[in-house]
Write a protein that binds this ligand. Structure first.
Ligand code: 5GP
Ligand code: ZN
Length: 138
């Protein structure tokens, strides 16, 4: 796999930086976003380091798309949200802050509508409680 030792998501994939992981296979990892748009927001990250989707080999992109579908199903089922947004930023001009391809899955309930300011969990315990739900442990 292509790896960049200075990249924060490569470090998370390598286990060098902790994360609340909800899924991992040979090609992908999914973990909770530390500054969620809504509670339960997760990221799906290919293990292949590249900045944007146009930099990814086609087979990696196909695996990422399948992973997004799978993780979105897990999020919807385990959190019981009515809908979800799938968001993906490419390049700083598009709002990308971490230069390693990732897809946001943002659980949604009817109101309030998505505002674009990130939120905070009320506490670490609350974030861990959402992690348990996402893991199907509750
Ligand atoms: P972007 O703006 O690049 O599309 O999204 C990057 C996302 O990564 C942001 O939503 C941000 O909260 C999240 N993020 C940045 N650093 C970390 C980290 O160290 N751990 C986790 N879990 N998420 C992070
Ligand atoms: Zn990386």
């Amino acid at each position: 796999m292509v790896h960049d030792s200075n990249c924060i998501f490569c470090k998370i994939i390598a286990g060098e930086i902790p994360s609340l992981k909800i899924y991992e296979d040979e090609d992908l990892m999914s973990f909770m976003d530390i500054n969620p748009f809504s509670k339960g927001h997760v990221l799906v990250v290919p293990k292949y380091h590249a900045q944007t989707i146009t930099d990814l080999p086609e087979e990696v992109l196909v695996k990422l798309a399948k992973g997004v579908q799978k993780i979105a199903g897990i999020v919807r089922q385990r959190l019981g949200c009515e809908g979800f947004n799938v968001l993906q930023n490419n390049g700083a001009a598009a709002g990308q802050t971490v230069p390693h391809v990732h897809v946001h899955i943002i659980p949604r309930n009817p109101a309030p509508h998505l505002d674009w300011k990130s939120k905070k969990y009320d506490s670490d315990e609350e974030m861990h409680a959402y992690h348990k739900k996402l893991m199907g442990e509750e």
